[in-house]
Structures are given as structure tokens and as C-alpha cells.
Design a protein around this ligand. Sequence first.
Ligand SMILES: [Zn+2]
Length: 271
Amino acid sequence: MRFRPNPITALALGALFFWTAGSFAAVSLESLSESETALLKSTLKVLDPLVNERKTAGTAPLITFEELYAPLKPEQADFLDAVRRLDPAELKGSSRKLPPPSAGDTFVRLDHQRMLKEGKPTPLDPQYLPRPAFEAYQRMMEAMEQDLGKRLLVESGYRSPAYQLYLFIFYMPKHGHSIRETNRHVALPGCSEHGSPARQAIDFITPGGVNGEDRPEEFEELQEYGWLLVRAGEFGFHLSYPRSGPSAFEPWHWHWEGAQAVIARDREAKP
Ligand SMILES: [Zn+2]
């Protein structure tokens, strides 16, 4: 007998199709299922060596979605897509979508940054900043040097949305395979100020290696931090996560909001 679905069966089949096709869109927020955890593990097994290679080359922060997806099997790509499509509003964190990078952005590579690690001079991984944010950072450091005789280094600057996606899944096992818990510590791709040149974030570290990661108070007590509170605004930099805010206090994370000021200045400069 040929199978001829009546309208009710057709409806049910349609619903089943959408349920299965959309099953990854509903990736579990609280705790990944066993199959999702296995998929995460197999995806990281493919991506870790790729990203490590890019780290050695100093180009990990610029990785594109095409490069990240290239070695993945379809089900691994679907899993990444599900994480990429997560709605920040649904996670009820403080994340929100930010303007993405645009084709015209140019990035300055910061090589040769050195800090002391256990008393030894150690190079930092190369970092990238969109040119206007880099220029503002340089002007700010010149002023800090004049006032304090000190400078801050860029521990983390621009991170492409694809690299942010990798970082998000990389940290999931450390946060109990919970998307919600991971999101308390790592922004979703498209929601990080590190990936939005219009609002570019910099994580600062002192040449002595103080970054506040283990103890925010250590960074908060720095003379450089006190200086930033008073003068960073002059250079377009603002503290993103103050002590009194809804997110965890991050005294090292400052974002640049000077894009509008630069556009206005360039307009004025034109004859
Ligand atoms: Zn940051």
C-alpha cells in the first residue's frame, strides 16, 4: 500500500521535520546533553590544533568563520551554528549585539610587547587594534608616560567574531558544559567589545605582568588605574564593567568610543 498522508499526518510530519531540523537551534542552555557534549569534544579536537597553529603564527585573533568551519564535519558545523545563533536576550545576561567589523577596517599589529613573567622578560602574543583605536591608545600612553612615567600594554585587543566563537566553546568544558554559565565569563560572538571596532575593547596588563585576572583589586590598586579613571575619557576610552555595574568588575577592560569623534574630525579637516 502506498503511503498517502492525510492532512493531519502531513502536519505532524511537518512538525517533526521542523523539530529535528531545528534541534540544534535549541541547544541546551543550562547543561549540554550527552550527545552535544560529545559533539563539542570532537569539534574542539579539530579546532584546537588549527587555532594553536594560528597562535604560533600570531594571527589567531584574525581568524575568519570560513577558516574556522573549513575542517569541520557537517554536524560539527551545525553545532557551531547553534552556538553562533544563540540569542543574548534569551540568556538574560548583560550581553547584547554590537556593530560587527566592516570590510574597510584596517588593523595594526602590535609585536614586540614584553612583560615580566616570574622575573623573566616574556613576549606577549601579537595583538591587533583597529587603526583609530590604536592611535588613541598611543596618544593615551604618551600622556600616561608624561604624568606617571609608566605605560600599560595590550594583553588582548581585537578578536574576530569567529575567534570569539572558538573561545566560547573552548571555555565551555571549564564551566560545566553550561552555555549560561560560560556566558557569565565569555561573551557570545557578536556581543564582545573585543570584536567591534566601533567600540573596540582593550584588556590592559602592566609590563610587570599585573592584569587583575586572579584578583581584580590588584589592578584596581595600580596608580595606572587611578590615572585611567581621571584621564582615559579625554582619549575616548571608558571603563566597561565598573564595580557598581551588573557584570563582574573588570578594571582592566576599557573600550574606545571615539569613532564618532574621528569621523567628525576628518569631516572638519576636509576642505
Ligand atoms: Zn576584555
